[in-house]
Design a protein around this ligand. Structure first.
Ligand code: G4P
Length: 532
């Protein structure tokens, strides 16, 4: 690699943290920002309430709302210890709540690696499992971080067993804890055998100083606790659970680090593992099967469209992840879905309320385009050589509600707003002739998506909406030939989704099973489930 673009690509790492709410994603993000010297202080002496305001303002906002609706990316430079080569890290935020798993899925199309953050006391939790399945589905390599080791929790072997048994991923320790959960003294580097001893800082506000000791000095310092860490890591090695880059990239194994995000223990190790092991941005196949190489002319995929992130900016932003080529603000690119030119004059990075103009960006980077109303998640932008990336699959919805304007006089705004929110993928929109266009049906993976619609209709389009939940819980893809017969069945209704797909909704899975048995010739295809 020698061209400027190849150098920029080689030093980039784009990843997301996947975790169950409360595992410590925000705390870890802050710790990473501290290590990258993006902030000078992190942590809190008295929990989050005492936390200093930081770059993660946006997280605070999400916390205040109790839900996570904004997804954006934090970019920082990081120079690993002992080198003078700065890497560029893009940390793409994922929504925390399970109701937004479809958004998370979209976000995960924008990353090259994921960090699976696990609470040492809780082990694998439902949302972690779900998100892990998404990573597996998309072939995203996963680094595992077992967090909160400063608190009493399970044993390392138990936690690692759970990972291999429940998700079939072989954990390969990179850094093993010295001291049981609740007595976190340091980490043993499984590859070099060296001991990294940490010292706490007041309130975990600063980077934890490290001492590096060889095995003899470690034994002298920690005694039995050190011996245990050595025995356990050697046991893992005997079982063949050692890091192997190829099987990690193939999604078969996952390097493991133990950490305390709140004390900043193991955070440097995570950053360096990302730089050393996670893949740099790489080629991506278009729908015609041809690979778009990172050195090809500019191309990007839109993975998130959102609006109303704060009251000062009521506009709409489309976030794209650059796949190939150099992006220069102002360049006119082509929107693959419509063939229309798209001017990129207003290109931004967005962190909370802060917006900064982006003049250039490279593969792996995330750029927000302002007022990009024509763009929808999954869309492709390109320059010169045409490419279109595969669409992002829609999830199987499980919640359905009719939505209508509170007052008939607002119908025009209502249509405009609901169509916009449908395009952004806030909910899927369904219609059929019987119900008509005045009261479309919203389909969602989680009911909180309906709340987002109601809130945004009011704040952005000035329309109060009424929602009425429908008693359907299962959706199957069907075809025109089967639609009439299905509509004649009790507890079934057929709709057309905005993308033209016909969906049959069933009151419950027993109704579906009965119909599948009685009328086996009907087309009833399973949609991508949230856990696929
Ligand atoms: P999330 O974004 O994944 O939802 O988690 P977040 O970082 O908000 O962390 C959830 C809680 O866990 C927070 O406590 C946070 O301080 C704590 N936490 C995160 N990482 C660690 C860690 O490494 N060790 C320990 N001991 N705690 C950690 P909180 O909601 O403020 O409650 P509290 O701690 O004040 O009771």
């Amino acid at each position: 690699m020698s061209s400027p673009i190849a150098d920029e690509v080689a030093r980039r790492r784009t990843f997301a943290i996947i975790s169950h709410p409360d595992a410590g994603k925000s705390t870890m993000t802050e710790a990473l920002a501290l290590h990258a010297r993006l902030i000078n202080e992190a942590g809190a002496i008295h929990g989050k309430a005492g936390r200093k305001s930081t770059v993660s303002d946006w997280m605070e906002m999400e916390k205040a709302r109790g839900i996570s609706v904004s997804s954006t990316a934090l970019q920082f430079d990081y120079t690993p210890t002992g080198t003078d080569q700065a890497s560029v890290i893009n940390l793409v935020d994922t929504p925390g709540h399970a109701d937004f798993s479809e958004d998370t899925y979209r976000v995960l199309t924008a990353v090259d690696a994921a960090v699976m953050l696990i609470d040492a006391a809780k082990g694998l939790e439902p949302q972690t499992l779900k998100l892990f399945q998404v990573c597996r589905h998309r072939g995203i390599p996963v680094i595992t971080v077992i967090n909160k080791w400063d608190r009493p929790g399970r044993t390392p072997l138990e936690l690692l067993d759970e990972i291999s048994e429940r998700i079939g991923l072989t954990p390969t320790p990179l850094y093993w804890p010295v001291g049981i959960a609740g007595d976190f003294r340091g980490l043993r580097d499984a590859r070099t055998g060296e001991y990294v001893k940490f010292t706490r800082t007041a309130g975990g506000a600063k980077i934890a100083p490290e001492e590096h000791l060889d095995a003899d000095a470690a034994l002298e310092r920690e005694g039995d606790v050190w011996v245990e860490a050595v025995e356990e890591t050697e046991l893992m090695a005997e079982m063949g659970q050692v890091h192997d880059e190829e099987s990690f990239l193939a999604g078969e194994t996952s390097p493991v680090i133990f950490s305390s995000a709140i004390l900043n223990f193991g955070v440097r190790q995570l950053l360096e593992a990302l730089v050393e092991l996670a893949p740099a941005p790489h080629e991506r196949a278009g729908i015609d099967g041809a690979e778009r190489e990172v050195s090809d002319p500019f191309s990007a995929v839109v993975f998130k469209v959102q609006a109303g992130m704060d009251s000062a900016h009521r506009d709409r932003l489309a976030f794209m992840r650059i796949v190939s080529g150099e992006f220069e603000r102002g360049m006119v690119v082509t929107h693959a879905q419509t063939g229309k030119p798209f001017a990129t004059k207003y290109a931004m990075t967005v962190v909370g309320r802060e917006r900064e103009t982006v003049d250039t960006a490279f593969p792996g980077d995330v750029v927000g385009l302002v007022n990009a109303t024509a763009l929808a998640p999954g869309d492709t932008l390109y320059a010169e050589k045409k490419v279109q990336f595969p669409p992002i699959p829609s999830f199987a919805p499980e919640h359905f509600a009719v939505v209508r304007a509170d007052s008939a006089g607002k119908y025009k705004q209502f249509r405009k707003g609901i169509e916009q929110l449908g395009t952004e993928g806030v909910v899927q929109l369904l219609r059929n002739d019987i119900r008509g266009d005045a009261s479309p049906v919203m389909a969602a993976v989680g009911p909180m998506q309906f709340e987002v619609v109601a809130a945004r209709m009011k704040t952005e389009f000035n329309v109060d909406v009424q929602q009425e939940r429908l008693g359907y819980t299962v959706a199957r893809r069907t075809d025109a030939a089967s639609a009439d017969e299905l509509n004649r069945q009790r507890g079934v209704e057929v709709f057309e989704r905005t993308d033209g797909v016909l969906l049959a909704l069933f009151s419950d899975k027993w109704r579906l099973q009965y119909i599948e048995k009685e009328l086996p010739d009907l087309a009833l295809e399973t949609l991508v489930a949230a856990a696929d």
